[in-house]
Design a binder for this molecule. Structure first.
Ligand code: C2O
Ligand code: CU
Length: 638
């Protein structure tokens, strides 16, 4: 056949496709893309409610097939039908997100809007618009230059492909319906964590009630314990039996966690692991014996990333029953986020300067608690004491051995950590605690948005002229590794097992959104395999920070001994911590005796990092939890 004849009689492809290949391809890809997102959420919905899972499987499969048909046989009737079906699905989504559907696990309750469903609905809306455009637009009036067609097709494929990738990725990584902190394969039997309570005894009972409730403070609504931020100071004597009732008058569920306190397994206050979060209107009583003296704190361990900055925290001080004479002035200073939503830092509810009374010659103990939720780089606070030489007598509530006098230094504290400073008031003038900060290596993005806000919060102790201001950034950083004097420590024997805990971060999908996923050993919570230990073991943790951020790693229910930091062992006092600060790219080795059966969290106390996956559990063999985390129970410990 002569070639000119071929040109005159093209292959009988459909009118629309030959005339408008780019819109047709777009419609086909958009349809198939929305189908792919629906298929991605099938497993989650199957677990939640079988009919929904089946519905999404059918809809997703039909949409994918419809995409193919649209490209191969794009008749007008088909296009109208497919567009109408897409519009119907969008309408159904709208109802499910506003009034709620009449069927399902929770009829008539609107579902939360997520990234995957928004992407899917956008794909559906645009696909319907393109299909209707094809129907109404009719044949293309004039020929365009050929080069635009492949380019247009490529652009469309790229944009729709990217949207589908995000939709599928977030759909597959949605919040789990119900996930357990039990080690995989843990069968029935064993000791439920709820059975691990304080055994009865003759200890003096100190009873407290903390009512969690909203309160307006300075024109802003805070979540509080008993109407104040921080919550009331709980002060007891070592060996006392604490009985603390949490009454929840918040509109949301909450818990109480005893940070740094070696409580029995059932009293740890972690939603979804040691209890169900306490529902609005309900209450829960915690009971434990204060085994260690020192500075501790308590806070919510449900939706921590929101509830702590909202105000749900306070200090717990355990005094030794006897010992060296108490200081004349003994004061907790909690550093925390101002509740006005600004980036300001507050000290004990005060932004600006907090005044503490003290007279010349008196001894003062400041118990500094870092409760500030830092930004993405995990910025550590570095308070500086000016105007008097001082000793760092305790870190994380545990006494240091033979602490020597220090001049002005920056004492680095990650969120959750505590430092107790003791000094004598000078004959004249005030002493001042000035907060400063050390930021991690900011990413390009963080540099673009500017450095984290600097705050000038201070605590002034005593009257008279304050000490002259200094450039805090130029001061040396306090080095706990070469402070005080060595002392025998039982945890320096070789560990029975040593587990790597490698901290990393990178973009990915987590909890149904696109995040800077923060991982431990290559996985993000709740998928980080637990570390299983046996009672009586000495457990080593080899913590490696593969990021440019700070990570204060907190272990519940235990005290860790620092073995080395970047290979350097402590030269001075033994260091006993519940929260170990890892500076960017630092490696820290610790060990702890497994002497408190339970299921215990090990997580970064940068609340953002924990929520983005930097959290795992240490499970005692034979202990199981009946609780689950996820959307079904509403337990979200992070
Ligand atoms: Cu301060 Cu897991 O907590
Ligand atoms: Cu972190």
């Amino acid at each position: 056949m002569p070639t000119d004849l071929l040109a005159a009689h093209p292959m009988p492809v459909s009118l629309s496709r030959s005339r408008r290949p780019v819109p047709l391809l777009s419609a086909a890809l958009l349809l198939a893309g929305s189908g792919a997102v629906h298929l991605a959420v099938v497993p989650e919905h199957l677990e939640e409610y079988l009919p929904f899972g089946v519905f999404f499987a059918v809809v997703g499969a039909v949409q994918v097939v419809a995409g193919v048909v649209t490209f191969v046989r794009p008749t007008r009737r088909w296009q109208v039908g497919a567009a109408s079906a897409q519009v119907l699905l969008v309408a159904l989504w709208w109802v499910s997100r506003t009034t709620g559907l009449p069927v399902g696990p929770e009829p008539w309750s609107p579902e939360p809007v997520g990234v995957a469903d928004v992407v899917c609905v956008l794909l559906e809306i645009v696909s319907a618009a393109v299909l209707l455009g094809l129907v109404l637009g009719g044949p293309r009036p004039r020929r365009r230059r050929r080069v635009w067609t492949p380019l247009g097709a490529l652009a469309v494929a790229f944009v729709v492909g990217a949207a589908t990738f995000v939709g599928v990725g977030t759909g597959l990584s949605g919040m789990p319906v119900a996930v357990s902190a039990n080690p995989p394969g843990a069968g029935p039997g064993g000791t439920p964590v709820t059975a691990l309570v304080a055994s009865p005894g003759p200890q003096p009972v100190k009873a407290f009630t903390l009512t969690a409730r909203p309160a307006t403070i300075g024109g802003h609504v805070a979540f509080t314990y008993d109407g104040t931020v921080p919550g009331p100071l709980l002060r007891v004597t070592q060996g006392d039996r604490l009985r603390v009732t949490l009454v929840n008058h918040l509109p949301v569920a909450t818990t109480l966690h005893w940070h740094g306190v070696r409580v029995p397994g059932a009293e740890d206050g972690v939603a979804g692991i040691t209890q169900d979060a306490v529902a609005p209107g309900a209450s829960f009583t915690y009971e434990f014996v204060a085994a260690d003296a020192g500075t501790f704190w308590y806070h919510s361990h449900q939706d921590t990333g929101n509830q702590i900055p909202a105000g749900l925290f306070g200090a717990l001080v355990v005094d030794p029953p006897a010992g060296p004479p108490a200081p004349d002035v003994d004061r907790v200073v909690m550093l925390h986020d101002a509740i006005d939503g600004s980036s300001a830092v507050a000290v004990d509810g005060t932004t600006g300067d907090l005044h503490v009374d003290a007279r010349p010659g008196q001894t003062v103990r400041l118990r500094i608690v870092d409760a500030i939720a830092p930004g993405m780089d995990g910025t550590a606070e570095t308070p500086v004491l000016l105007g008097a030489p001082y000793r760092v007598v305790a870190l994380d509530g545990h006494d240091l051995n033979a602490p020597s006098l220090l001049g002005p230094q920056r004492v680095q504290l990650g969120m959750g950590q505590r430092a107790d400073l003791v000094f004598t008031m000078p004959a004249a003038g005030a002493v001042r605690l000035v907060d400063s900060r050390t930021a991690g290596s900011p990413s390009a993005l963080q540099r673009f948005f500017g450095p984290p806000a600097r705050a000038g919060e201070t605590v002034t102790i005593g009257d008279g002229a304050p000490p002259p201001a200094v450039d805090a950034a130029a001061l040396p950083v306090f080095d706990p590794l070469s402070y005080g004097a060595p002392a025998p420590d039982p945890t320096t024997r070789p560990a029975d097992l040593t587990a790597p805990v490698v901290l990393a971060e990178g973009p990915g999908f987590h909890d149904g959104s696109v995040q800077l996923v923060h991982s431990i050993n290559g996985a993000a919570s709740p998928d980080v395999p637990p570390l299983v230990v046996h009672t009586g073991q000495l457990v080593g943790l080899h913590l490696v920070n593969d990021t440019g951020e700070f990570h204060p790693m907190h272990l519940h229910g235990h005290v860790m001994t620092v073995l080395s930091v970047d290979g350097r062992a402590p030269q001075g006092s033994p260091l006993h911590l519940d929260t170990v600060l890892l500076a960017p790219h630092q490696t820290v080795d610790v060990a702890f005796p497994a002497d408190n059966p339970g299921i215990w969290m090990l997580h970064c106390h940068v609340l953002l990092h924990a929520a983005m996956g930097m959290s795992m559990t240490i499970d005692y063999a034979g202990v199981t939890t009946p609780f689950t985390m996820g959307s079904r129970s509403g337990n979200i410990p992070e």
